[in-house]
Design a protein around this ligand. Sequence first.
Ligand code: ACO
Ligand code: ZN
Length: 158
Amino acid sequence: MQVILKQMGDCILRRCEEINLRTLPEHYSDYFYESLLEELPEAFIVAEISGKIVGYIMCKIEHGFSNFKKLGFVKKGHVVSIAVIDEHRRKGFGSILVDEAVKGVKTIQGSELYLEVRCSNNDAVKLYEKLGFSIIQRLKTYYRDGEDAYVMAIDFTS
Ligand code: ACO
Ligand code: ZN
């Protein structure tokens, strides 16, 4: 049975059940998608309009040092990728995808959620800031083309 997490106009958000994301802007191998889906189905969410997937967010779970508590060891979500197709951007779908991923990470007792984003990706940085993420650090030449990344994170315990 398909569980609808949220509805916004004619768009529904639901957990991803099958890997069928080939039309989306950022492509990874099916194996990669499937391993993430298996690991954290609570935060692998798709946005769908009339049966067509128009956006997704996928996350993994990690155990490691906190982005917030000095020397704290935590269970945290990591946004591996989020995208909305071009013609449906700026309608709030990206925001509700992140919101639902936050809920998913909380349901498995994750205490924070973090991600890396290109420093030049103003749209995405703005979106994350709007949702309560802060820039934690800058990673020099994080991407293969030499660009730096921001690490951005949100703390659920404060
Ligand atoms: N210009 C300025 N601000 C923007 C823009 C834009 N083009 N797009 C989003 N924002 C900001 C705004 O503050 C916006 O709020 P507002 O519309 O009320 O002003 C806020 O973000 C939320 O916008 P949404 O409509 O919720 O976001 P959208 O559905 O457009 O999705 C996304 C945003 C996912 C970043 C989309 O632009 C996209 O798919 N980009 C290409 C892929 C990408 O860059 N993904 C993120 C990489 S980082 C990572 O994956 C961990
Ligand atoms: Zn990452």
